[in-house]
Design a protein around this ligand. Sequence first.
Ligand code: UDX
Length: 441
Amino acid sequence: MRRLAVIGTGYVGLVTGSCFADIGNQVICCDIDASKIEKLNQGIIPIYEPGLQEMVVNNQAEGRLAFTTNIAEAVKQSDIIYIAVGTPMSPHGEADLTYIYAAAKSIAEAMQDYKIIVIKSTVPVGTGRSVQMLIAEHTPHPFDMVSNPEFLREGSALKDCMSMERAVIGATHSRAADAIEELHAPFRTLVYRTSLESAEMIKYAANAFLATKISFINEIANLCEETGANVAEVSTGMGLDSRIGSQFLQAGIGYGGSCFPKDTEALRFICSKSGVSSRLINAVIETNAKQRYVVLNKLQHALGNMQGRTIAVLGLAFKPNTDDMRYAPSVDLIPELVARGAHVKAYDPIALDEAKKWIQEDILYTQDMYEAVADADACLILTEWDQVKSMDLARLYSLMRQAVIVDGRNCFSLDEMSSHGFYYSSIGRAVVHSQLEVGIG
Ligand code: UDX
């Protein structure tokens, strides 16, 4: 059992703190936001993440997990301090490290003995060293720095943490690496030890590589549409090669969320600062920025004119099982639909409240998918929620004014769409035309 402080109760801090408590450690999570801490103390979780609420409440009840605004006290009580504050994108694409340095200073000022200070947040290479210098300037006490990046996916973060594939540990001293490796023992994971700098780089390189796979398959998807190939078959065929792997080859409307857009931009910024070419990463970002608009062209093509048309948008969150709207395609596409004169009815099983903060347009929100599609001229699928994928297609057909579906997530097979009589346009696959006349009325 170790005594841990986790600074920052955002997505990463909360999941990390809860999981470390769940495997038997004494964890105190800190945040400067008093109202957030007050809610967490009442068991109210600020984000939607399957299983997190139960895990927080159970560990609070068992006395292993606590929340406080008193960072100094938390630091004094702990041997290991995790920094998990946000590193948002600044206007130039650079990671904003204001919260990292503020946390580092608070830790240094509270230290009374040896501590292991671990950076969990995604930070540019070299940040660990500058934090080390900053802390050393503000305390006479000994400490070691560690970089232990997170690889959690929203929506499956608890599973990703409890059965993590690997833990990357970059430390300034082997005694700190030993301690962090020991902390991870209950996860029975592969531990990979590196330098501080390599650990920081691994996080950016891993995310940029995954983003590259997505932009690559999206470019192939666009080519499939022009050449008659089917991208689902192409990605399956490619993925059978173990050197390529089948994951992250799902064509669609591109990546969103809190990590890939921010981390690819940050990597591009690091390249330009270091005088290193970022041609590949530039292309990944550019392809992704364009990809989300592909579905608008498909909709325009199907309907002819959007003026006065009712469009049911199915799915608002950037991906299923989260209410996260950061860089969600819906945030760009709904204003565009409204600007083109469409009436939008938007459905999402979880993200409606969050979506209202991001989408200023006057649209109709509904938690009932069938209410959204009733009398719609077209459905636009933006998130592959299970509810959307398992929709009653006969009912959908009977409710819609025109049976037109534009699917940015390839939720359905071409055969089932054809047999139900839909006009169905997806990504990287042939358009299914029914007898239905579209573009009129
Ligand atoms: C990602 C990384 O997976 C995780 O390791 C890191 O720590 C944080 O960033 P997350 O953003 O939660 O996690 O979601 P992820 O499931 O990776 O999806 C990211 C985006 O890529 C989503 O918009 C998703 O729709 C898109 N995506 C993913 C595709 O378009 N195609 C794919 O094949 C996979």
